[in-house]
Write a protein that binds this ligand. Structure first.
Ligand code: SF4
Length: 366
């Protein structure tokens, strides 16, 4: 393997990893530029197996997007509608949202994942009641709700600090934050594709605060549009730097850009090989974030399976009724059963482990 890594120009990176040294911006860019994708994957797989062996985590979850009304206009978004009443705009009543959980309350769900558009007119009590109602229906369910972008929006709209918003939501039942809204931290790109949502520093500051208050969270990266390799690695390094401080991130989640029905539809979707490489580089650069997740809805099922040999150890979960990617043209199913996830993990030569949101083992399948 050393000669292969040498031929690919990756020997220095491999030696650094062997010596327990951290990769820097230049190393990360080299991993993106190296033509030998399998060499990059081999290095990432070694790090994955050091941490998790063959284990591949997933959870029994549902997703819910209570409204797609959003005052922002991110260029990559096919989900949002600017105003109530616009074609395709919807906002669930609290009863409708609770009913989504009620109808599945017999399932052994461990998590509900809620993200929304930035609705300008809903009262603050809508969000706190939403969470309280979920806990009334299933007191044991983990509420992973509201991106840092939503937290910032709530703070500005309702005249609170970010910390106050987090504390009031925690009081209502919030257990952790999802990683959405990170997009790309580099200001050049963020200004172009997501100019009217909260900036990178505030996104990271909200996660810092959430971690200080005792919550865990994830961090995402939207890739495959106008970002450069440097900007991808810079994004990973900013997440890694916060993780050095707080240790509150559980997973790094690359999210593939999907080009249908949005303002960037002239761009091609990222290729499978790019998807595998992004996940592999994330495993190598984000050395302090325990898990690298392939969101199978976005990568496609076959690529998600292959990614389990490219640094990935987590496949998200059963999902059920995903909207954000499907409105942008995702061809994947909207849900998988736990049995289907287990089968695809096993078929990839890995060992499925059902986890809860905090990575406690619910069910290990030997
Ligand atoms: S990505 Fe989020 S903030 Fe941006 S337009 Fe879509 S729903 Fe709104």
């Amino acid at each position: 393997m050393r000669s292969r890594l040498a031929a690919a120009g990756l020997l220095n990176v491999a030696d650094k990893l062997d010596a327990g040294l951290r990769l820097d911006l230049a190393d990360g860019v080299r991993l993106f530029d190296a033509p030998d994708l399998l060499g990059v994957g081999w290095l990432a797989n070694r790090e994955r197996e050091k941490r998790h062996g063959a284990k591949t985590f997933y959870n029994y979850n549902i997703r819910l997007e209570a409204t797609n009304v959003c005052v922002a206009s991110c260029l990559f978004c096919a989900f949002a509608r600017l105003k109530p009443g616009d074609e395709g705009a919807y906002t669930m009543s609290l009863e409708q949202a609770w009913d989504k959980l009620r109808r599945r309350a017999h399932q052994p769900l461990t998590e509900i994942h809620v993200v929304n558009g930035l609705h300008p007119d809903l009262p603050w009590g809508y969000y706190t009641e939403l969470l309280r109602g979920f806990k009334r229906i299933r007191p044991d369910i983990h509420l992973k709700c509201f991106t840092a972008v939503e937290i910032a929006f709530f703070a500005d709209l309702y005249g609170k600090t970010d910390e106050q918003v987090l504390l009031e939501l925690m009081d209502a039942g919030l257990d952790s934050l999802p990683g959405g809204g990170a997009e790309i931290f580099a200001e050049r790109v963020r200004r172009k594709i997501a100019h009217d949502k909260c900036g990178s520093d505030r996104y990271l500051e909200i996660h810092r605060t959430a971690h200080r208050l005792g919550m865990r969270s994830n961090v995402t990266m939207l890739y495959g549009h106008i970002e450069t390799a440097e900007e991808r690695v810079d994004h990973m390094l900013r997440a890694r730097a916060l993780q050095d401080e707080t240790r509150g991130f559980q997973a790094f989640i690359p999210l593939a850009f999907h080009p249908d029905n949005n303002q960037m539809r002239k761009l091609p979707a990222p290729t499978s090989s790019d998807t595998l490489r992004v996940h592999a580089v994330a495993r190598l650069v984000c050395d302090n974030i325990p898990h690298i997740k392939a969101f199978w809805i976005a990568t496609g099922i076959e690529v998600a399976q292959t990614s389990l040999w490219f640094g990935v150890d987590d496949l998200d979960g059963t999902v059920q009724e995903e909207k954000i990617y499907h409105m942008a043209g995702a061809q994947t199913p909207e849900s998988m059963t736990t049995r289907e996830i287990e089968r695809l993990v096993r078929a990839a030569g890995r060992e499925p482990v059902e986890r809860d949101t905090l990575y406690n083992v619910v069910h290990a399948h030997a």
